[in-house]
Write a protein that binds this ligand. Sequence first.
Ligand SMILES: [Zn+2]
Ligand SMILES: [Zn+2]
Length: 397
Amino acid sequence: MANKRDYYEVLGVSKNASADEIKAAYKQITLKWHPYKHVNDSEEEKKKAEEIFKEASEAYSVLSDPDKKAKYDRFGHAGIDGQGAPDFSNINFEDIFGSGFGGFGGGLNDFLNNMFGGGFGRRSGGQPQERVFRGRDIRTRVKLSLEEIARGVEKDVSIERSEPCPDCGGRGAKNASDVQTCSHCKGSGQEQRIASSIFGQTITYTTCSHCGGTGKEIKNPCRTCGGTGVVRKRVSVKVNIPAGVENGMQLTVPEAGHSGQWNGPKGDLLVLIEELPHPYFVRQGKDLFYTHTLSVTDAMLGTEITVPGLDSSYKVKVEPGTQSGSIVRLKGRGMPGLKNYSGSGNGDLYVKFLVWIPRKLSRNEREVLEGMRNNESFRPAPNRDDRDLFEKMKENF
Ligand SMILES: [Zn+2]
Ligand SMILES: [Zn+2]
């Protein structure tokens, strides 16, 4: 993943480009570089077109998905890595080129996925491949307290998902002999057509009319699952959440999503992290911020306070003459770093002091204070920075 180009740069748009501008940029690249347009070119040209189109499609698949875009904007490539191969299912070519556009047909996603799997062009020769039904991914979210995030936690997440039918073993029929490969499409679920379009000659794939795209012929469908091979079930999945995760991050639990029909591969469970607000800490990355209000006498005379931590509390010395707004740093008392992401070291805990001025005074207190009103030590010290600033301003007159 090293040296991956910035997605905005790939599409040639600015970081604050609108969804329409992103779409228009991708359309331009597609019109020029779609490999279907370069089928009759030299190997070198074909390779170049494939590379450019591939890169642009990956960029568009992220930037056109608000969820992924937000993550990419925040964390860069690190925010969306580890989610497996790019997913192009959200690229809607009808939406980009307008309805009535028939250039790429239904095989486009397979086409792109083949391309990323390194099997570009595999379809054109040899036997059609039997269709495999991968189960869909499931998205869910977990709410975590800062304490849980600081320690790392194992959470039970309840989801409803497709599981292989227990009555037919996921086959779709009681007897294995009742399930046969569609003779019409040889199990691929698709019919191939050669057609002419704005890109020249193109190959389109349409759903097999014989089997409805399943690639199968099932004689006595299982009554429990209706022949689909899957049933819905509510299950509890244990999700290991490492210490140091942040709000908006997504964890992948491989193969904990829906089971594929007819024993197809399982999808993943995607868990979005939601951080609950903390009663007194504000988190910024690995650092924590805490505000403590001192009485005016404690600020003047000094004292010792207790700062609550996430797993133990800390004693902090307040120096005599502590100013309102001053900050002390407790090194290493912040959040743990997330491994391989923000570094493994801990962040810091910042304690900010505010001084509370009493609103009501007894006559006695008032008298004492009146007596001190003109004391030298009660006069605020001039702010050096401001004085320098005034000197500079004077020079300009
Ligand atoms: Zn068929
Ligand atoms: Zn069944």
